[in-house]
Design a protein around this ligand. Structure first.
Ligand SMILES: [Fe+2]
Length: 249
């Protein structure tokens, strides 16, 4: 099976359209989404409509999705995220709200696991260090683990000898999950962010995962950032949310 893997769309229709076109051209068999479909961006309703049409979709909710439907409070959100959450809440239709309410924070498939942040704290922990990955390993039943939240394309990989590495994944770079005598070794993949990359590369990020070949390959796509920025301004969302898209941060 070949899966289109993506995360943190954040209501960015221009970026998401590029990624979906790529997945369709790649003839993927299914989709894995690590959450945060909404929040920050100007087209939450349109992005959720596209998501709901995807066949064989495996998806969890992110902290912004949960904030929009009132399941977590916004105490730890910065003022821009809080303003965008309130705007998104008002912009969403009934069907989209119900769809977000139907999502779980963790998805345990027989062949993989999906969370937004980390297995032990799906809504808020950023999986960024080897120590954090090790600390979460016992919480995963089926590898690989797919996660988002940090908006960085990264991989945490445990070798057959038990040594853990953290790797930033470049455009077109393929990571091969290893096999060990007792089975598949622990590996976590983050495809980066579709709609608000934060690795100083403003291109939309996504990945393809081949479950038989056990390869995870990241792809980056330039999209019309100026069009998304114009919508953010026209809809009265904070100016900072438009500016950061240009810099990929
Ligand atoms: Fe996010």
């Amino acid at each position: 099976m070949r899966y289109g893997v993506f995360s943190d769309v954040h209501g960015n229709l221009e970026a998401f359209s590029m990624v979906l076109d790529f997945f369709r051209a790649s003839r993927v068999d299914g989709y894995i989404c690590c959450g945060d479909v909404v929040g920050y961006g100007p087209d939450p309703e349109e992005c959720l409509s596209l998501i709901r049409e995807l066949k064989n979709l495996h998806i969890v909710c992110g902290n912004h999705d949960l904030a929009v439907i009132g399941r977590i409070d916004m105490e730890w959100f910065n003022p821009y995220a809080r303003a965008a959450t309130l705007w998104t809440r008002a912009a969403l239709g009934e069907e989209s709200r119900r769809f977000l309410e139907s999502l779980t924070a963790r998805l345990d498939h027989k062949d993989f696991t999906i969370v937004h942040g980390s297995p032990q704290r799906p809504a808020d922990e950023y999986l960024l260090s080897v120590a954090q990955f090790k600390n979460n390993m016992s919480r995963v039943k089926a590898w690989p683990l797919f996660c988002g939240h940090s908006h960085m394309p990264v991989c945490f990989r445990c070798s057959a000898e038990g040594k853990v590495q953290a790797l930033f994944i470049e455009d077109h770079q393929a990571i091969i999950g290893e096999m060990a005598p007792y089975g598949i070794v622990p590996v976590a993949y983050n495809p980066g962010s579709v709609g608000q990359p934060r690795d100083h590369d403003n291109r939309a990020a996504c990945a393809l995962w081949d479950s038989e070949a056990r390869t995870f390959q990241v792809y980056r796509f330039a999209y019309e950032v100026a069009a998304t920025q114009a919508k953010i301004r026209a809809k009265g969302l904070p100016e900072y949310l438009a500016l950061r898209l240009a810099y990929g941060q």
